[in-house]
Ligand binder design. Structure first.
Ligand code: FA5
Length: 340
């Protein structure tokens, strides 16, 4: 009996080494501990043994050892499977699943974040400002007194208390100058409103991103450098731009910065009003009256400002032909940006 048990022990150890699956372990359990298994056979063989007590003890010890080793092997197998599952779970991107269930970022949000990142990398702070402002902030502080013809270009929606929905992010310039003083580098994206008819490149509600840099010796070269850097970082390819004189009462000199229409490649289409160019980012050197209104010492400091048309930038970046699609709430067109 002793020899038989020793032989079975060896066989068990050998077979256990190769049992690499739950099924193999279960088969081993049946082969050794099952009703017709090796241990049951040993028990039957007890009849013919002289020292039944000692043999019975040996069989029990063997049975316990087999049970213990089998459950340890099963536990080790489970742990290995769990570890493998955790390893493969790393490759799972839970945000993608969430996106599929809950929607995705709006392309204007994506464009805004990208531009913010570019300017943050160049030391600009990102500011937030109200959508409802007063006449002083939106016009007077910007060198646009009452009845100035420049107001005609920016009709908006007025509240009964005289406040208005801001027509331009420039409306925050005065408050931000007063908040930080000079030197100053800030960008401030925001929603703007204009009471005007819409077409493929005009909306009554759209986004701009204003930028201001005020310091000693700031010149047009600084302005051109920052505009070029922003455009090349955002579009990540060569695009044609043109700078031409532009009139805004709050800058002197002022420029219109246009980009070649990326929808039609410059031949002309409804997205660029058939001109091949899209007005994207007017800019200029901040007018001394505006600096003074913001409490800046004009003897010491100069600065530039720009008003980037963020919604138009998103149009060009993502190839959206009609600006009105952005506010349409049309999930079919907006869901295209899910993977961006
Ligand atoms: C302004 O709003 C000035 N505040 C910009 C500025 C800031 C100039 C600082 C100088 C210094 P404008 O009205 O051109 O300028 O608008 C700026 C940009 O906003 C336009 O080039 C265009 O890209 C975008 N934009 C203007 N109106 C609309 C509209 N109705 N729909 C969509 N985008 C528009």
């Amino acid at each position: 009996m002793k020899e038989k048990i020793e032989a079975l022990k060896l066989r068990f150890e050998e077979e256990l080494k190769t049992a690499a699956t739950e099924e193999a372990i279960e088969a081993l359990r049946i082969a050794f501990l099952g009703k017709k298994g090796a241990v049951a056979e040993l028990m039957t063989g007890l009849r013919d043994v002289a020292d039944k007590r000692e043999a019975g003890q040996l069989i029990n010890e063997f049975k316990t050892a087999v049970e213990t080793e089998l459950s340890a092997a099963a536990a080790a197998l489970k742990e290995a499977a769990l570890k493998a599952e955790i390893r493969s779970a790393k490759k799972l991107n839970p945000s993608l699943l969430a996106k599929r269930e809950f929607g995705s970022y709006h392309p204007i949000t994506l464009a805004t974040r990208e531009v913010e990142e570019v300017f943050a990398g160049m030391g600009f702070t990102v500011e937030d400002y109200a959508e409802v402002v007063d006449d002083y902030e939106c016009f007077e502080a910007l060198n646009i007194p009452k009845h100035h013809p420049a107001r005609d270009m920016q009709d908006t929606y007025y509240l009964e208390n005289g406040q208005l929905l801001k027509t331009q992010t420039s409306a925050a310039q005065n408050a931000i100058m007063k908040k930080y003083g000079a030197p100053l580098r800030a960008i401030f994206p925001g929603r703007c409103f204009r009471n005007e008819s819409t077409d493929a490149c005009h909306e009554n509600t759209f986004f701009q991103m204003e930028g201001m840099m005020i310091d000693e010796n700031i010149s047009i070269s600084n302005l051109i450098y920052f505009m070029k850097t922003m455009l090349s970082e955002v579009f990540k390819r060569d695009i044609k731009v043109r700078l031409r004189p532009g009139f805004f009462p709050f800058v002197e000199p002022g420029f219109e910065l246009d980009i070649n229409c990326l929808i039609c490649g410059g031949v002309g289409c409804p997205s660029c009003k058939n001109s091949g160019w899209l007005e994207l980012c007017p800019c200029g050197m901040i007018h001394p009256n505006v600096l003074k209104a913001g409490g800046i010492d004009t003897e010491k400091y100069t600065g530039f400002a720009f008003g980037l048309g963020l919604t138009r930038l998103a149009m060009m970046k993502y190839g959206v032909k009609d600006i009105r699609d952005f506010n349409s709430g049309n999930l079919k067109s907006l869901s295209q940006f899910e993977s961006l």
